[in-house]
Design a protein around this ligand. Structure first.
Ligand code: DSN
Length: 426
């Protein structure tokens, strides 16, 4: 099939790679931040584009020999701008985390105040966690969700913003199953005199398909990963307006500040093979079938929500408006690490997650997070999604029963067999 030379020359790595491919093929990926990128995107990442050094930007490189790399990166930039309706795009961030750090570097000085979503309410590590560079370098404050609705309370966010007057407000989440009102965030940012950054890593696919409100024209800067609902390679992207709302007098515009922050501010040479993969998936995401795919993600999520509700599983916020679901398992009286592990034994991969106001530690919290982007790529529809939800419930109920988990794993494998992930993987 693939990697035939590696098989002979480095069997240890070969076996691990084949094991992983098999795991992805035969087991269920419900990690809300994972997906299966397209064949073309995977193939281009294995090309010699990976060998080139291209510090700088198209037409302005430090090293020679970038004629073709320039073509690739310029195309990726143009497609990203078109796809997201952005005035400027930087396609070089290696990841979502690097994209966020670059925005902070562009807009802030160490010690500046920033307001972001609390980790326990679904915020991301790079939104000011104390263990992350963002929380160490800048003075981050946080807003959470309403204790009753478990949804964002914009009046409360406004109150905090007016008290703190942050230089930057960060909206967007890593574990928030509901829509984000970017317009409201813009109004709050205007009142507080703040920049607005939207981290749409999880919902980017839904956004470009018109199934979630768009962060533009409200946000000054938008960051995203390219591999979640957007279904691309593992990487990052920054989109922004051309002009800086606060610095208009002869100093660098916003686009230039962002570019300088990515390189030379934060990164060295871009990963040109990954930029080519990003260009490929930006084109894929403009096709009509991509919108259909995103619609199916939403339908599949609802099919799972319905099954969980039938079984009286408590869902954070009572349901979902996007691709992800947060289950509250606090009634089980066992941390969700053990449940995550039991599900893994059943061939079902998802992650333990804090729920709002969790009484347990983030290392062994009360919740489970799951998403439907990957199973939808496999071709699952509502029928299969409901079946998956039933298997999850069965595995949770039998989390200590090894033989039951093994029996579920067999059923998972049978189901996956009917929906192969890549046609050339045998
Ligand atoms: N690890 C990603 C997620 O699971 O949401 C965010 O970085």
């Amino acid at each position: 099939m693939i990697l035939n030379n590696l098989k002979k020359q480095d069997p240890k790595i070969y076996r691990a790679v084949i094991g992983e491919i098999r795991r992805q093929q035969e087991e269920l990926v419900l990690i809300a931040s994972e997906n299966y990128s397209s064949q073309n995107s995977l193939e281009v990442m294995g090309t010699p584009l990976s060998n080139k050094y291209s510090e700088g930007y198209p037409g302005k490189r430090y090293y020679a020999g970038n004629k073709f790399i320039d073509q690739v990166e310029q195309e990726a930039i143009d497609r990203a701008k078109k796809l997201f309706g952005a005035e400027h795009a930087n396609v070089q961030p290696h990841s979502g985390s690097q994209a966020n750090q670059a925005v902070y570097l562009a807009l802030l000085k160490p010690g500046d105040k920033v307001l972001g979503l609390d980790l326990g309410s679904g915020g991301h590590l790079t939104h000011g966690s104390k263990v992350n560079a963002s929380g160490k370098i800048y003075e981050f404050h946080s807003y959470g969700v309403d204790p009753k609705t478990e949804k964002l309370d914009y009046d409360q966010i406004e109150k905090i913003a007016l008290e703190i007057k942050p230089k930057l407000i960060v909206c967007g989440a890593t574990a928030y199953p509901f829509k984000i009102n970017f317009k409201k965030f813009r109004q709050i940012a205007d009142k507080a005199g703040s920049y607005l950054m939207a981290d749409i890593a999880h919902i980017a696919g839904l956004v470009v398909a018109g199934l979630h409100p768009h962060p533009f024209p409200h946000a000054d800067v938008v960051t995203t990963t390219t591999h979640k609902t957007l279904r691309g390679p593992r990487s990052g992207l920054i989109l922004c307006k051309k002009n800086d709302r606060f610095d208009l007098e002869g100093r660098a515009d916003l686009a230039t500040k962002i570019d300088r922050a990515v390189f030379p501010g934060l990164q060295g040479g871009p990963l040109d093979h990954v930029i080519a993969a990003k260009a490929i998936i930006f084109k894929e995401a403009m096709r009509a079938d991509f919108r259909k795919y995103q619609q199916r993600i939403l339908k599949n999520t609802q099919a799972m929500v319905n099954e969980f509700k039938k079984e009286n599983v408590r869902l954070v916020g009572g349901g979902s408006e996007n691709h992800l679901i947060l289950m509250d398992l606090s009634d089980l009286q066992v941390g969700s690490t053990k449940i995550q592990n039991a599900l893994e034994e059943a061939g079902i991969h998802l992650n333990r997650n804090s729920i709002p106001f969790d009484k347990r530690s983030p290392f062994d919290p009360s919740g489970l997070r799951l998403g439907t982007a990957a199973i939808t790529t496999r071709g699952f529809r509502e029928k299969e999604s409901a079946l998956v939800a039933q298997m999850i419930i069965e595995a949770i109920k039998n989390w200590e029963n090894k033989s039951k988990l093994l029996e579920i794993k067999k059923r998972v494998k049978e189901l996956c067999k009917k929906f192969p992930i890549y046609s050339n993987l045998k």
